[in-house]
Design a protein around this ligand. Structure first.
Ligand SMILES: Nc1nc2c(c(=O)[nH]1)N[C@H]1C(S)=C(S)[C@@H](COP(=O)(O)OP(=O)(O)OC[C@H]3O[C@@H](n4cnc5c(=O)[nH]c(N)nc54)[C@H](O)[C@@H]3O)O[C@H]1N2
Ligand SMILES: Nc1nc2c(c(=O)[nH]1)N[C@H]1C(S)=C(S)[C@@H](COP(=O)(O)OP(=O)(O)OC[C@H]3O[C@@H](n4cnc5c(=O)[nH]c(N)nc54)[C@H](O)[C@@H]3O)O[C@H]1N2
Ligand code: SF4
Ligand SMILES: [Mo]
Length: 711
C-alpha cells in the first residue's frame, strides 16, 4: 500500500514538473514582439504563462495584450471543425464534405456568372506566405480580379503617399535604433503608447537625450503626455495644419536649399501655393492657435535632425493620402530624410501590416510590390507561377468597393480569411446587408465572429501559436515566427486551407506545398527584382540573424536599414513634393445644426481591433468590458449627459449606445469612441461610406454626430 502510494505521488510529481516551451510572436500589433509560451502540466490541469524573448525590435518587452494572448488561442470557443449552416444552425461536417461543398458552389457560380463572381477578402494578420498564396489563389485558382483585404482600411493612405512621394513604401525609412538620437519628433495621429507600447522606450530615450516631441491629436492620450507640445487639431484638418507648419518653415527660412535642388522636385509650386495661403483660414480650419503652429515649426526647422511619424489619425481620412504627402513635404523642405536620425515612419498597424501589402493581396498588386497593370511585372509573375501572362486577371477594386459590388449583386460569393468586416468596415449596416445577399459565403477564422456568423460555411484556422511563417514588422524587418503547437481539433493553417481548396478546384499543381518554407522560397523568386525584394532571405538566415530588413536582393546582402541615402527609387531619383489645398477632399459630412459634433474613433490599450480575440481573454476583457464615449464635460452639459451615462450617438448612417466618459482633455467639438465592440456599440454603424479618391481609404476618423441621453 505504502509502496503504491509512493509510486502514485512520484508520478504526480513528475507530471507537475513537466514543462513545455512554445516559441512564437505576438498575434497582435506590428511590433511583432517575440515571445515564449510556457506550458506547465500540473496534477489536474495545465497552466500557461507568456514571457518576452530578446530580439532587435522589442528587445524582449511585451505589453499586456501580448502577455495574455494565449488566453484566446487556448479558449474553448476556438472553432475546431468545419461548420456548415443547415436551417440556420451550424453543424459539424468533415473537411472532405466542406471542400466538396465549396467545389460545387464555386464551380456552379462561376459557370453561371463568370470568374469575377467570386471575391476574396484577405487580411494583414496572416503570414507573408499566406498573403502571397491568397493573391495567387485569386488569380490562378479562381481567375477572379476581385481580391482586396483589411489593410485597405489600415495602411493604404500612408502606403500610397510614400509610394508617390518617395517611390517606395516601407513603414519606417530608418531603423528604430536611430530614434533615441533624433532631436525633434512629430507624432501625428499616432497613439503609440497604447497601440505599440513596446516601442515607447525608443522615444523615452530620445526624450532623455533632450529631444523635443510634438504630438498632434484632438485628444490627450498616453502618447500626447510624453510630448513637449500638444497640438489639439480639429479632426480631419491635418492637411491645413501641415500647411501652417510649412508656412512658418518658409517664412523663417528653415529650408535646405541644397537638398531640395539635388534631391526633389515640385518645390517651387509648393512654395508659391503656401505663400498664397491665408493664416486666418489655417488657424480656423486646424483649430490650433498660430503661436503653437509657429512654435512647432520652429522647433522642427531649427534642429539638425528630425523625424515625422503618422498613423491612422492622419491617414484614415477622406484626404488621408494627400495629407500624409503634406507631412512628407515638411521632411523634404527641411532636408530631413535619407540622413542619419532623419526620416519618416508610418506606424504600421496589424502584425503583418507591412508584408501583407507587398505580396499581392491588394486589388492592383502582384508580389514584390509589383503592379498588376504593368506588363513587365505581369510577365515576371506569370513566369514564376507557370501561367500565361494573358491569363492573369487585371486589377479589381478596393475592399469597400468590393462590398458595394456584393450589395448590387455583381459579386455572388466570397471567401473571407481573417477579418471581421461587419464590425470593422464603415457603414456597417450596409456591409451586413451586402454579406447577407451573397449566395455563398465562406469565412475562415479562429472563432464565430460577427461576420463568420453570417457564413454558409466556416473553416477553422490555426493561431499564432500553431502556424509557422514570416511576418514583416513595422520596421520592414522580415521575421520568422516559429510556431509549433499542435492545432486544436481539425483546424488547419490558412495556407493549407488555400491549397486544399485549390486542389478540389483542379488547380492542385499550382498549390502543392508541404511547408510554409516552400511557399516562402517561391515568394522569394516572385519578389526578386521588385521593390520589396525578399530574394536574399532564407528561413535559415532569418533564424540566425533575428530578421532582415528589405530590400535584400541576394543571399550575401545584409538587408537595408536606412532608405534613400543616395537617391529616391523613382525614375529621376528625386522625391516629389506636391501642393496640398486646405480643402482637398475634406469629408462631405461635416458637423452642422443637425449633427453638431465630430466623432472620431480608435483604440485603447487592452483590446485589439474588433475585439473577437481580446474579448475572449479574461485578463483583457476585465480591464474594459464595454465601449465608451469620451466627451468634454462642457459639451456633455450642453447635451444633458452626465458622466457614466448610457448615451445615444446618431449620425446620418445609424445610431449606437455607449456609456459616457467625461474628459477635460478632449476638444470640446469632438467625441471619441473605440471600435473594439460590436452590435449596439459598433461605432462603424455611424461612419460614412466616403472614400479617399486616391487610395480608397474610408474616412473612419471623422463623422458628424449628435448625442443625447439614452431614452
Ligand atoms: N491596443 C491596440 N493596439 C493596436 C491595435 C488595437 O486595436 N489595439 N490595432 C493595431 C492596428 S491594426 C493599427 S492600424 C494601429 C493603430 O494605431 P493608431 O493609429 O495609433 O491608433 P488609433 O487609436 O486608431 O488612432 C490614433 C490617434 O489618432 C487620433 N486622431 C483621431 N482623429 C484625428 C485627426 O483628425 N488628426 C490627428 N492628428 N489625430 C487624430 C486619435 O485620437 C488617436 O489617439 O494600432 C495597432 N495596435
Ligand atoms: N471606426 C473604425 N473602424 C476601423 C478602424 C478605426 O480606427 N476606426 N481601424 C481599421 C483598421 S486600421 C483595421 S486594421 C481594421 C481591422 O479590422 P478586422 O481585420 O476586421 O479586425 P480583426 O478583429 O483583427 O479581425 C480579425 C478576424 O480574424 C480572426 N483571426 C485571427 N487570427 C487569425 C488567423 O491566423 N487566421 C484566420 N483565418 N483568422 C484569424 C479573428 O478571430 C477575427 O475574427 O479595422 C478598421 N476599422
Ligand atoms: S500587442 Fe504589440 S506591443 Fe503588445 S506584445 Fe503584442 S506585438 Fe508587442
Ligand atoms: Mo490597422
Amino acid at each position: 500500500m505504502t509502496e503504491m502510494l509512493l509510486k502514485y505521488f512520484r508520478t504526480k510529481l513528475q507530471e507537475v514538473q513537466r514543462e513545455r516551451i512554445y516559441d512564437s510572436q505576438c498575434p497582435y500589433c506590428s511590433m511583432q514582439c517575440k515571445m515564449q509560451l510556457i506550458e506547465q502540466t500540473g496534477i489536474s490541469r495545465k497552466s500557461y504563462v507568456t514571457v518576452g524573448k530578446d530580439n532587435p525590435t522589442s528587445e524582449g518587452r511585451l505589453c499586456i495584450k501580448g502577455m495574455n494572448a494565449h488566453q484566446h488561442a487556448l479558449h474553448q470557443e476556438r472553432i475546431k471543425y468545419p461548420l456548415l449552416k443547415v436551417d440556420g444552425e451550424f453543424v459539424r461536417i468533415s473537411w472532405k464534405q466542406a471542400l466538396q461543398h465549396i467545389k460545387e458552389k464555386f464551380t456552379a457560380i462561376q459557370a453561371e456568372s463568370g470568374h469575377d463572381a467570386i471575391s476574396i477578402f484577405g487580411s494583414a494578420s496572416i503570414t507573408n506566405e499566406e498573403a502571397y498564396l491568397l493573391g495567387k489563389f485569386a488569380r490562378v485558382g479562381l481567375k477572379t480580379k476581385y481580391i482586396d483585404y483589411n489593410g485597405r482600411f489600415c495602411m493604404s493612405a500612408a502606403a500610397s503617399a510614400a509610394a508617390q512621394t518617395f517611390g517606395m513604401d516601407r513603414g519606417l525609412t530608418n531603423s528604430l535604433q536611430e530614434i533615441p538620437n533624433v532631436r525633434c519628433i512629430i507624432l501625428s495621429g499616432t497613439n503609440i503608447a497604447e497601440c505599440q507600447p513596446t516601442i515607447m522606450p525608443y522615444f523615452e530615450k530620445a526624450k532623455e537625450n533632450g529631444a523635443y516631441i510634438i504630438a498632434i491629436d484632438p485628444r490627450e492620450t498616453a502618447t500626447t503626455k510624453i510630448a513637449d507640445l500638444h497640438l489639439k487639431v480639429r479632426p480631419g484638418m491635418d492637411a491645413a495644419l501641415a500647411n501652417g507648419l510649412l508656412k512658418v518653415i518658409f517664412e523663417e527660412n528653415y529650408v535646405d536649399e541644397a537638398f531640395i535642388k539635388a534631391r526633389s522636385k515640385g518645390f517651387d509650386e509648393v512654395k508659391a501655393h503656401i505663400s498664397s495661403l491665408d493664416w486666418d483660414e489655417i488657424v480656423d480650419m486646424s483649430g490650433v492657435p498660430i503661436e503653437q503652429i509657429r512654435k512647432a515649426a520652429i522647433m522642427f526647422g531649427k534642429e539638425e535632425s528630425g523625424m515625422i511619424f503618422t498613423a491612422r489619425g492622419v491617414e484614415q481620412q477622406t484626404n488621408g493620402s494627400i495629407t500624409v504627402r503634406n507631412f512628407l513635404n515638411i521632411l523634404i523642405a527641411t532636408g530631413k530624410i535619407g540622413k542619419p536620425n532623419c526620416g519618416y515612419g508610418a506606424i504600421t498597424g496589424q502584425g503583418n501590416g507591412q508584408g501583407a501589402r507587398e505580396h499581392g493581396q491588394k486589388a492592383d498588386q502582384l508580389p514584390g510590390y509589383r503592379l498588376i497593370e504593368n506588363e513587365e511585372h505581369r510577365e515576371h509573375i506569370a513566369r514564376v507561377w507557370g501561367i500565361n501572362k494573358e491569363d492573369l486577371p487585371r486589377k479589381g477594386v478596393s475592399a469597400y468597393e468590393m462590398m458595394e459590388k456584393v450589395h448590387n449583386g455583381e459579386i455572388k460569393a466570397m471567401l473571407l480569411m481573417c477579418s471581421n468586416p461587419v464590425v470593422s468596415a464603415p457603414n456597417a449596416n450596409f456591409i451586413k446587408e451586402a454579406i447577407e445577399k451573397l449566395s455563398f459565403f465562406v469565412a475562415v477564422d479562429l472563432f464565430i465572429s460577427e461576420t463568420a456568423k453570417l457564413a454558409d460555411l466556416i473553416l477553422p484556422a490555426s493561431s499564432y501559436l500553431e502556424d509557422e511563417g514570416t511576418m514583416t514588422n513595422l520596421e520592414g524587418r522580415v521575421t520568422l515566427r516559429e510556431a509549433s503547437m499542435p492545432t486544436p481539433g481539425e483546424a488547419k493553417h490558412d495556407w493549407q486551407i488555400i491549397c486544399d481548396i485549390a486542389h478540389v478546384l483542379g488547380k492542385g499543381d499550382y498549390f502543392s506545398y508541404s511547408s510554409a518554407e516552400e511557399i516562402f522560397n517561391e515568394l522569394r523568386e516572385a519578389s526578386r527584382g521588385g521593390i520589396a525584394d525578399y530574394y536574399g532571405m532564407t528561413y535559415d538566415r532569418l533564424r540566425k540573424e533575428g530578421g532582415i530588413l528589405w530590400p535584400c536582393p541576394d543571399t550575401a546582402h545584409p538587408g537595408t536599414t536606412r532608405l534613400f541615402e543616395e537617391a529616391f527609387p523613382r525614375p529621376d531619383g528625386k522625391a516629389e513634393m506636391v501642393a496640398v489645398s486646405n480643402h482637398s477632399e475634406v469629408p462631405k459630412e461635416m458637423p452642422d445644426e443637425r449633427y453638431p459634433l465630430y466623432l472620431t474613433s480608435g483604440r485603447i490599450m487592452s483590446h485589439y481591433q474588433t475585439g473577437v480575440q481580446t474579448r475572449k481573454s479574461s485578463a483583457l476583457a476585465a480591464r474594459n468590458f464595454e465601449s465608451f464615449m469620451e466627451i468634454h464635460p462642457e459639451t456633455a452639459a450642453k447635451y444633458r449627459i452626465q458622466d457614466n451615462m448610457l448615451t445615444k450617438i446618431e449620425s446620418a448612417k445609424g445610431s449606437i449606445i455607449v456609456r459616457s466618459k467625461w474628459s477635460n482633455t478632449i476638444r470640446k467639438d469632438t467625441v471619441f469612441v473605440p471600435f473594439h465592440w460590436s452590435d449596439i456599440q459598433n461605432v462603424n454603424l455611424l461612419v460614412s461610406d466616403q472614400l479617399d479618391p486616391t487610395c480608397k481609404m474610408p474616412g473612419f476618423k471623422v463623422c458628424a454626430v449628435k448625442v443625447s441621453p439614452k431614452a
